[in-house]
Design a protein around this ligand. Structure first.
Ligand code: Z5A
Length: 220
């Protein structure tokens, strides 16, 4: 289908535990939006292709040791590297579907239980980044996530860490700030089809209203 002129593109983030199905669902959502005539691009964090991303990759693969604060700031820098690109694409009418964002940044660092690294501290370096129009949290029990393929190869892929991460993600709903108002929880324990359908229900209307101009500029 031919893409139609739009006011701006939407910015949709998909979050969740490792193996919750983020990559699978981001691709499906892009395909569905594209099939309906939307201009759409996907992006993922960490972006391991940049110099900063390569440092993050080394850390996640336990090839490099880094202080908790240092790695946190690298994850944030990795997002700032792409901030202007995201804004530019959105203003040109592209809807961006993003696999992980600053929510992961906050909760994974806070889940380390380093007393000098609170959730509040973890949010601060990301303040000012483009704010999503909707964040979908794919909620999955840590045990179920573990049973899915390839689990256990990287730094944070341990049951206790994943359980704390899930708790912190769900705790964002109670914060009463933008993290909670932007967030919708989808049960990721269902079939791929069912999860895709639930995500579609929560995002297609947002994309339509953004593109038709009923939502203002992208927030920060
Ligand atoms: N991290 C951080 O600490 N700070 C930050 O700021 C950011 C990230 C941005 C790497 O992330 C690590 O970085 C991550 C958080 C931390 N923690 N660790 N370790 P990543 O995004 O590169 O890695 P990941 O989360 O592990 O991605 P993933 O392995 O690609 O998982 P996924 O995208 O959620 O799942 P998937 O690839 O779509 O599916 C995984 C498997 O499950 C696959 O075999 C599928 O076929 C299967 N699957 C998918 N959906 C289903 C359903 N519905 N049923 C059954 N099976 C399914």
């Amino acid at each position: 289908q031919q893409a139609r002129p739009v006011s701006r593109g939407a910015f949709i983030v998909v979050e969740g535990l490792d193996r919750a199905g983020k990559t699978t669902q981001v691709k499906r959502l892009c395909d569905s939006l594209y099939a309906q005539g939307h201009n759409v691009k996907m992006i993922r964090f960490p972006d391991r292709t940049t110099p900063v991303g390569k440092m993050i990759d080394g850390y996640l693969q336990s090839k490099a040791q880094l202080d908790d604060h240092s790695i946190h700031l690298l994850f944030s820098a990795n997002r700032w590297e792409k901030a202007a690109w995201i804004k530019g694409q959105i203003s040109q009418g592209y809807t961006i579907i993003c696999d992980r964002y600053y929510y992961s940044g906050m909760v994974y660092s806070a889940a380390k239980q380093n007393p000098a690294l609170s959730l509040g501290w973890a949010r601060s370096p990301d303040v000012g980044l483009p704010r999503p129009d909707r964040m979908i949290f794919l909620d999955l029990d840590a045990k179920e996530a573990e049973a899915r393929g390839g689990y256990g190869e990287e730094k944070y892929e341990k049951r206790s860490m994943q359980e704390r991460v899930r708790e912190l993600f769900l705790g964002l709903l109670l914060k009463g700030e933008e993290e909670s108002t932007d967030m919708v929880v989808v049960d990721a324990g269902q079939s791929v089809e069912h999860v895709a359908h639930a995500i579609w229900k929560e995002t297609s209307g947002v994309v339509q209203s953004v593109e038709s101009g009923s939502r203002k500029q992208i927030g920060t």
